[in-house]
Design a protein around this ligand. Structure first.
Ligand code: HEM
Length: 531
């Protein structure tokens, strides 16, 4: 007993002595880390200082975060840094900064942040959009490039022209549902060029199943809204770190049964696989029977020996236009309707151009494009005025330490090219809130002439850009040729002022009626019989 007391004495005394020294060591370590972090932070682009561990997450609204980004860019400069949790995030607020980094240095700026939930658990690293810059992504990208490069995209014009006529017919008969008709158009183009099958209605299972897959990929608690608005909300949740497991990846080390966050996406993954493999096998069968028109899936299957891709990899790769090409196209067309409601003088000017070039006896065709510079400018201005990929689509990630204009950009930073802010930069686009197609006609800047800005940057630039532009030009020219887009009238026959933002329709039914856009029937001779 006595021996035990004496033995324990020195340890007790020692621990009394060591406690302050352990605390001092700990404090010194904390101080060292704080100094190190602060000096690193100071060398990074300016931005609001956040809270340790949380960073600036609490300052970033869940809805329309691009507005906050733009505010920070105005306050701190073209390149801003913040932290989301412990991840450094760089926000680019001018086109020049985005071109300098994402294009000129695209060898290190073309990766993606880690999307643990949507990219890994839900999609098993098979959705290229969320893949880092690696061999899998390059293979996936090759499939899309071969299906949608500029010359290939031209071969789809016949399909787009036909679908556009169907859309016109539907708008003519049921103008109130114009948003659905635009969505059907976009969906049918995508399914035709991808799977060689048309879509007659957005209620068809193939569209619904795809919507559900998208909704689960970008789940949001928001009620169902119009296409474009939903797309914008969904984009906001592609901010990495939204899910707990992305801020704390160590959760993946828990026993699988305790990883509660897996259950739902894993169930959904199986459903997605069944859906995508069904579409894949259907194309294979039709290839076998010689009943399939030329389409992306058939081409990719035919090249499988060369590419070495598995059936499932092909099934996922060819489904990318589903996720990326429907809501973007339909949303941009919805924005165009909104712009015409706000800027009727633009509509009149465009209609004058159409009258002079096309006349009333036939519809505008692709061959008229070169003679319709104002219509082309309207397409560009629509993409600029309310860019549907407001945050630049999915963010990039940088894979090596870098320096830009004396500012340190650490490896692993998430990079947002904040397209909404960039498109409203008053230096590049004077009077940015105005819808002024003329800005694209009066310029001599080649980057304004080609205007690829709405489609992203560098090696990640939108592979569906040419298909999308062809969809936009044909629909914008035909809608303006055939219809007057006028504000709805309220119960007292007064014009209802359209909403400010992306969709003329907020989700609420009351408001929907109040701000309903009314597209008057065809007011021009000879219009109906060509439909
Ligand atoms: C108006 C229509 C469209 C707009 C505004 C648009 C815009 C964008 C933007 C901003 C990006 C991100 C680029 C970046 O990370 O720098 C993107 C990526 C992408 N887009 Fe589009 N897009 C449209 C239509 C389409 C269509 C029709 C398709 C398919 C045929 C498509 C397929 C894709 C794919 C697969 C990606 C991911 C590329 C990658 O991660 O490598 N998009 N798009």
């Amino acid at each position: 007993m006595l021996q035990r007391v004496t033995e324990s004495m020195p340890r007790g005394i020692m621990s009394l002595f060591s406690l302050p020294s352990a605390a001092a060591t700990f404090l010194a370590l904390v101080l060292y880390l704080v100094i190190k972090w602060t000096s690193r932070r100071m060398s990074m682009p300016p931005g609001p200082f956040g809270i340790p561990l949380i960073g600036n997450r609490h300052q970033l609204p869940a809805v329309k975060p691009w507005r906050k980004f733009a505010e920070w860019n105005r306050q701190y400069g073209a390149v801003v840094s913040i932290f989301l949790g412990s991840t450094p995030v760089i926000v680019l607020g001018t086109a020049q900064a985005a071109w300098d980094l994402l294009e000129k240095r695209s060898d290190i700026y073309s990766s993606r942040p880690r999307f643990i939930l949507a990219g890994e658990i839900l999609s098993d690293k098979k959705r290229g959009l969320m893949l880092p810059n690696n061999d899998h992504w390059r293979k996936w990208r090759k499939v899309l490039h071969s299906g949608f490069h500029i010359r290939r995209a031209e071969t789809y014009r016949e399909i787009q022209s036909l679908e556009s006529k169907v859309m016109m017919y539907q708008v003519l008969n049921d103008p109130k549902q114009y948003e659905r008709h635009l969505q059907r158009f976009a969906a049918s183009v995508v399914t035709s060029v991808t799977y060689g099958r048309r879509v007659d209605s957005v209620d068809e299972w193939i569209v619904k199943e795809n919507m559900e897959a998208m909704d689960s990929e970008f789940r949001s608690n928001e009620p169902k809204r119009s296409i474009a608005l939903r797309f914008r909300i969904e984009v906001t949740v592609s901010i990495p770190g939204k899910y707990l497991v992305e801020s704390w990846p160590w959760l993946l080390k828990l026993p699988r049964s305790l990883q509660w966050f897996r259950r739902e996406p894993e169930e959904r993954r199986q459903r997605d696989i069944n859906f995508l493999m069904h579409l894949f096998n259907d194309v294979k069968t039709r290839m076998h029977n010689n009943t399939i028109p030329d389409c992306l899936t058939a081409q990719t299957i035919a090249n499988q020996d060369q590419s070495g891709m598995t059936d499932l990899e092909v099934a996922y790769a060819v489904s990318s236009p589903f996720g990326a090409g429907i809501e973007t196209t339909a949303g941009t067309l919805t924005t165009f309707i909104l712009a015409m409601l706000h800027f009727p003088s633009v509509m009149k000017k465009a209609q004058a151009e159409l009258e002079a070039v096309v006349g009333f006896d036939r519809m505008p065709e692709y061959d008229d494009q070169d003679n319709l510079p104002y219509i082309k400018a309207i397409v560009n201005e629509t993409l600029r005025w309310r860019p549907v990929a407001a945050l630049g689509g999915t963010p990039h990630a940088v894979i090596a330490d870098d320096e830009y204009n004396g500012m340190f950009i650490p490896e692993g930073s998430t990079i947002f090219a904040n397209l909404s802010g960039i498109m409203h930069d008053p230096v590049m686009f004077p009077f940015p809130d105005e819808f002024r197609p003329e800005r694209f006609m009066e310029t001599s800047d080649p980057r304004m002439k080609t205007f690829e800005l709405p489609f992203g940057f560098g090696r990640r630039i939108c592979p569906g850009m040419h298909l999308a532009l062809n969809s936009l030009i044909i629909n914008v020219s035909r809608i303006l040729w055939a219809f007057d887009i006028l504000p709805a009238l309220d119960r007292e026959s007064k014009e209802v002022k359209p909403g400010e933002f992306i969709s003329p329709f907020p989700s609420d039914d009351q408001l929907k009626i109040a701000s309903l856009a009314k597209i008057h029937g065809i007011s021009r001779t000879g219009s109906t019989h060509v439909l």
